[in-house]
Design a protein around this ligand. Structure first.
Ligand code: SF4
Length: 229
């Protein structure tokens, strides 16, 4: 059984598959506490693999479509996704993507792995602390990744450390930087004073970084621009 927060059909809004329709299965629970996390993954309903596939198929009722994509996300889906679920989704004809923070091993057979490494903010139990964010360049050098390869790596660009550190730890075909959007409310709620002087998103800084480090490319949240979930 799997604890599932929600299952819905929309466009993939981030990364190399941006704009492609997919059914998203959001699993409950995460092992990290990122200060900018905008995902409500706490609640969940216990479901079997068969029940998940049934609901995914009900949302993606296009039998002649060759490219049926499902995205396993969270929370942190690797806490729950296993080979039986992967096999059940493959048997139903789906191309399986997963969005993981990379801190846990993955079952075999997943077709597309998006790793968004963020473990640094969990360090030493001081998540949500501006001090940790400012020190994150040092903390991030501790290797806590459980995977070594992904199809794409998507890094939230905070401007507080050099994202090149991830290239020492992961192999991937696509390297994406995503600007962090933060608001005054968010800062007040989390007490994260690392960004207090700048309450706009750091899109300009992200673009400047990519122009001088052209290995990376820009990833924005297309679903938010399009007003989708
Ligand atoms: S890893 Fe993802 S889901 Fe987990 S806390 Fe961080 S942003 Fe949220």
């Amino acid at each position: 059984m799997y604890r599932v927060n929600e299952i819905f059909y929309t466009l993939q809004g981030e990364g190399a598959h941006s704009g492609i329709p997919a059914v998203f299965v959001r699993f409950s629970g995460c092992n990290l506490r990122c200060p900018w996390c905008d995902t409500d993954f706490a609640d969940g309903t216990m479901m079997s693999a068969e029940a998940i596939v049934e609901e995914v198929l009900a949302l993606y009722d296009l039998p002649n479509e060759r490219r049926k994509m499902v995205v396993l996300t969270g929370g942190e889906p690797s806490l729950q996704v296993d080979k039986p679920l992967v096999d059940a989704l493959h048997e139903a004809g789906f191309y399986i993507c997963i969005e993981t923070n990379g801190t846990r091993p993955l079952p075999e057979g997943i077709d597309w792995i998006t790793c968004s490494p963020k473990y640094i903010y969990q360090s030493e139990g001081r998540s949500n602390s501006g001090a940790v964010l400012q020190q994150s360049g040092l903390i991030a050098k501790r290797s806590m990744l459980a995977i070594r390869h992904a199809n794409e790596v998507k890094v939230v660009f905070t401007g507080t450390y050099d994202p090149e550190i991830w290239r020492e730890q992961l192999e991937a075909e696509h390297w994406l930087l995503q600007p962090l959007r933060y608001t005054g409310e968010w800062l007040l709620e989390t007490g994260c004073d690392a960004f207090e002087d700048d309450r706009n998103d750091n899109l300009d800084d992200t673009v400047r970084y990519i122009l001088s480090h052209p290995f990376w490319r820009l990833s924005v949240q297309l679903h938010k621009i399009a007003g989708l979930r």
